[in-house]
Design a protein around this ligand. Sequence first.
Ligand code: DOR
Ligand code: ZN
Length: 347
Amino acid sequence: MKTHTLLMPLDMHLHLRDGVMLETVAPLSSYSFSGALVMPNLVPPVITLEAVVAYKHRINHAIGKLDDPDEEALMADDCFEPYMSLFYQNYTRAFLSTVKDEIVAIKLYPAGITTNSEGGVKSFDLDAMRPTLEAMSDLGIVLSVHGETDGFVMDREAEFMSIYEMLAVNFPKLKIVMEHITTKAAVEMLERYENLFATITAHHLLITLDDVAGGMLRPHLFCKPIAKRPEDREALLHVALEAHPKVMFGSDSAPHPQHKKEACGCAAGVFTAPIALQLLCELFDKHGKLENLQAFISDNAQNIYGLCPEFKEVVLSNRPFLVPEKYGDVIPMFAGEHIGWTIESVN
Ligand code: DOR
Ligand code: ZN
């Protein structure tokens, strides 16, 4: 049996939702990850300091990490850090100064492009956005971007590249993360602009559009951006397996209840949080690149975001793991199937 140890795994793009769903999914991430960048696309979106602080409190409660000293003693999983984000709007510098210590990023969604993004950006009017983006740049707040236009679904990410370029050129000191990249075009952008970085999901390293819609339609693999062509996946695999210093893992694990996935009008999102580390070990091992996984899963994100996560050690082995059919009301990727690697211990 082969084993592999990962230190302080970080998931730099995670949907934890709220209420019962939060209670179901948050402990699944806090078990094996040291921290995660938590997405703000709640209903309503997270746009105030009070909302950030209250959401972080609910997350900490859901993982048994009670952050109020008057509350009961700490339970398990107390070394998971929810790195918070705000939903992009044009904000004042004064507001950003007051919120900056509570967040690490602001997430920009084009309006209506994906789940709960109706309040996003309607037009990329640089003059209107400049004060916000300059203040973010000065204050060291990362701009995290869902980079898709409203064009033809397979071309949306590639069409967004000109917007990334405009942002990268106009705000050279602003760190911009191209979230969940799915195309060769996005990979190529990494070399062109010093201030562009990217997250890559596990599912986009494993599937193409053929897996989603090439045979019977598989709603649990449907997400935004949609999985693309084999050559796109190859480009993603190349930079992930080499642990290119500008790429990091972000699961985009996006849970929806079963009835919203298995419906006519399937919600976008693949739920991978509880199996992400196992899948990545299997994939990196298959390509003989296990030694690069530490950088992809944690070190690069620590450097890009300037994070210092608390110690956590996850030992995995190449013993097969039977993925549960369901976690609460959520069907995970590979439900009911064996995957190649198992988490043996977390310390
Ligand atoms: O597939 C997706 N699901 N893509 C997103 O950008 C949002 C996410 C969600 O929140 O469900
Ligand atoms: Zn997302």
